[in-house]
Design a protein around this ligand. Structure first.
Ligand code: GLN
Length: 281
């Protein structure tokens, strides 16, 4: 009896694809598995469990070629996992990153005794942060703002797919302009890359409007932060994503706006999230 009966060349195909993709990616094995699963119409778990019984589908080679040419896996498969949810993504939205889960962790740590009821997501993109939060707190309602109509359509589709559309509203907007009321939780992942930074990898395929923010990468923080004090509920919080070297600059903006600030690190140990709360007194 052969141990690889019915293997269909699956193990070899994954190995060969991993080797090719390694020129374009830091996670070539994962990428190969995600592309194979996509080509088969299966989850990655199902692929790994049933590997021996599956045949390599004809479309897999073309998907690998696209990845080798630099296209992000999430744009090829059309999906990306974030927190506990899976989101549809297109080149009109930033691909949700594990780093940004630091913002959700910050919110979960803040709301222990009570749950947030109102949530605002500025620059919602795919809706990742808002929808992750809404899935965490079943009684919460949320508003997602984005300047990009294409992004809003992606976010709305995600809300519907996840059964969260009844609690999520998406609206076009210019950061906090025209938004009234106060929110228990405000989530913000603005563009923060300095204009002249040389980039490589997935970001080359992502929307510039989600990435770049002027000479120092601080332009959007300067526009958003002055509005936060009127938007945060008294015991609420804002979780704001920052670049690894922006803690001091963005903390200073938040301090000038009358907010108390604390920094949290991502899994790589970089400063990634500032938690802003109302200063007492
Ligand atoms: N975290 C992203 C990157 O460095 C940038 C996202 C952003 O500017 N908000 O690739």
């Amino acid at each position: 009896m052969s141990g690889i009966a019915g293997d269909g060349g699956m193990a070899d195909a994954l190995r060969a694809a991993t080797a090719r993709i390694s020129a374009a990616s830091d996670t070539p094995r994962l990428d190969a598995e995600l592309l194979m699963a996509h080509a088969l119409g299966l989850s990655r778990n199902a692929l790994l469990l049933r590997q021996r019984d599956l045949r390599v589908p004809p479309g897999f080679a073309a998907l690998t070629d696209r990845r080798v040419a630099g296209e992000p896996v999430a744009y090829i498969t059309g999906f990306r996992d974030f927190w506990t949810i899976s989101l549809a993504v297109t080149p009109e939205v930033l691909i949700p990153r594990p780093d940004s889960e630091t913002l959700i962790e910050a919110a979960v740590a803040h709301f222990t005794a009570r749950a947030p009821r109102s949530i605002l997501d500025l620059g919602t993109g795919s809706g990742a942060l808002l929808l992750a939060a809404l899935s965490e707190w079943p009684d919460a309602h949320g508003l997602g703002i984005d300047a990009s109509p294409g992004a809003l359509a992606v976010a709305q589709g995600n809300a519907e797919r996840l059964g969260l559309a009844g609690r999520a509203t998406f609206r076009p907007g210019d950061w906090a302009q025209g938004i009234d009321g106060r929110f228990d939780l405000i989530l913000i992942n603005p563009p923060y890359i300095a204009r002249n930074v040389a980039l490589a990898g997935d970001v080359l395929h992502e929307p510039d409007s989600a990435l770049f923010a002027g000479v120092e990468g601080l332009d959007d923080y300067r526009r958003i932060v002055p509005d936060l004090r009127r938007l945060i509920a008294p015991d609420g919080m804002a979780a704001i994503e920052i670049g690894y070297d922006q803690k001091d600059a963005v903390s200073a903006l938040l301090g000038d706006a009358g907010l108390t600030v604390r920094a949290l690190q991502d899994l790589a140990g970089h400063d990634r999230c500032l938690v802003a709360t109302m200063s007492k007194g």
